[in-house]
Each structure stands twice: as C-alpha cells, then as structure tokens.
Design a protein around this ligand. Sequence first.
Ligand SMILES: Nc1ncnc2c1ncn2[C@@H]1O[C@H](COP(=O)(O)OP(=O)(O)OP(=O)(O)O)[C@@H](O)[C@H]1O
Ligand SMILES: [Mg+2]
Length: 329
Amino acid sequence: MEEEPEEKMIEAALRPKSLDDFVGQQRVRRQLSLLLEASKLRGRSADHVLLSGPPGLGKTTLSMIIAAEMDAPLRITSGPAIQHSGDLAAILSSLTPGEVLFLDEIHRMSRPAEEMLYMAMEDFRVDIVVGKGAGATSIPLELPPFTLVGATTRAGLLPGPLRDRFGFTGHLEFYSSVELESVLRRSAGLMEMNISSEGYSEIAGRSRGTPRIANRLLRRVRDWALVHGVDRIEAREAAAALDMYEVDARGLDRLDRAVLEALIHKFGGGPVGLSTLAIAVGEEVETVETVAEPYLVREGLMGRTPRGRVALPAAWEHLGLEAPEFPTL
Ligand SMILES: Nc1ncnc2c1ncn2[C@@H]1O[C@H](COP(=O)(O)OP(=O)(O)OP(=O)(O)O)[C@@H](O)[C@H]1O
Ligand SMILES: [Mg+2]
C-alpha cells in the first residue's frame, strides 16, 4: 500500500520516548524505573529484562525507553533473525560496553543460539567453535557488559533456564479504557486532531485494551473526518468512522468475530481444539492464540477448557443469537 510509509512514520512519531511519557502499566513502570535508577547509581549496566504480553502493548517501545533512560545505544534484532549460533556470536561480540540488546520474539530463536545466549547472559562470555569434527576447538570470547531486553508474546514457550536468567520480568497487561483515552489524547495532540471526551471514550472502547490498535483506529477516524469535512469529532462521528471499518462497539474485528462465529456455528459452541479452530477461520494457530484469544477470553466471550475452546453465553449475545439452555462449559 502506498500509505504504508506514512503510517510507519506516524507510528514512530507516536511512540513515547521516556518512562514518564509511557501511559499506564503502573506496576511494570515503577519496577523498571527502580531497576534502572539503581543500576545508574551503581554505574553498571542494568540486569537483563524480559517483557511479555500480547502484541501492541508496548514491549518494543519499552526497550527503546530502557536504552534512552540508561543513555545507552540500542541494538535491535529478533529470534527469527538468529538461526545459527554464529549469527548471535557476531552480534554479541560487536556490542559496546553498556549497550542494550533488544531481542524481539525471543521464543523463536534456535536451540543452539539459545544455549549460547545462556552463557552470554550469565558470564558475559561465549565460546566460539572454530573448525569441524575432531579438529574443532572452542575459543572463549569475553563480552562487554550489556543489558539484554527480551520480548515475547508467549512467555510460556520460553525454556525455564532462559527465563531464569532474566533479572526482571515485566508482564504487560491490557490497558483500561481510561488509560487508552490518555494514549489517544496524547496521539491526537501530536496529530492536531480536535476530539471531544465522548469521542475519545468511543474510540478507546473499541481499542481492545491495546495502544497500537487505539492509534490505528485514531488514524482511521482522522481519514474519515478529513473526507467528510468534519473538524470536531464527537462520539457519533467516531462511531460512524469505526463502524465503516468493521470494528464493532466492543472492539471486535473481523478475525475475532470469525472465531466466535466458527465456534458457535461450526462446532456448536465447542469445546474444540485451537488448531481445528484456526483452520476453520483460515488463520495460523499462533495468530488465533496471540491476537484473538487473549482478548476474547478477557472479555468473557470465549473460555479455555482442558478439552478445548468454548463459546461463553456472552458470545451468543454479542452475535445477536440466543444462548443455548446449557452452555457447554
Ligand atoms: N504505554 C503506552 N503509551 C503510549 N503509547 C503506547 C504505549 N504502549 C504502546 N504505545 C504505542 O503503541 C504502539 C505499539 O507499541 P509496541 O510496538 O511497543 O508494541 P509491542 O508490544 O512491541 O508489540 P509486538 O508484540 O507486536 O511487537 C507504539 O507505536 C506506541 O506508539
Ligand atoms: Mg514489538
């Protein structure tokens, strides 16, 4: 799409640059602030940090903030980009003292790289294997102190030894409506939009507890207002714009509704296994599990049982159907 670069630019511009600017997540923010303050007082690089939580809640943003607050350079890479331990060795050996290494989607790193990372995190050392077979030797390499910031949407997938090597784990929660309204106010200010309180709360209510979605919906409302020549956005305008984009009053989008509809219409409300459900909606298991499910579960629309996923009575209601007498629980 042609507009993508502009969208990317706006997204970057909207990213908070300091902990004070970062809205919500009180607990994680306080804990992180203490950790960073203490390491600054000690004059050392901060302990390794693991950030977990659903997409779009601010993991990448926080990693940038950590580097900025520590006045340290930031190196960004991701699990899928590190297929061989050599890839990781190259990155680690080129770090400067105190550098923050952001490893996104850390659960998708290869096994050998993971094992190299254990040692690097704990002893700031890696063993580089030179040669092959019987003649292979390993050369130890000292690393400068660095702070690893790992991010994952699925903390449960991380092997215990890796999880244990982080000095601090911050679990990001979905944002409340009030917090999302603050995110929206901040963004609307930067984008010079004129929105009423009711307008903000209408958009916040449809943002699924997620700042990235809030910002995206805000941009769609901005487009709508521009095309319709609307200067001030009230609840009615916000609702009309978002209805047009098929984001319903509870914030469910097309995928969420597809999941609920499949659960109810194809599987009689469940229980049905996650992979079967994913196939029924034509999506990857991971997408259904990390993008749709957490919000549907939080909203009390879908339940998880040992035998699979079930639709809860609220799901029937939301789709305008009558819930069966004995919901399959
Ligand atoms: N606490 C916050 N306050 C204000 N804006 C936020 C906050 N958290 C996130 N955002 C906004 O939401 C967008 C998405 O955040 P970010 O990229 O950090 O999410 P993420 O957790 O890394 O997502 P993913 O798992 O998909 O990588 C950012 O562009 C940022 O502007
Ligand atoms: Mg990210």
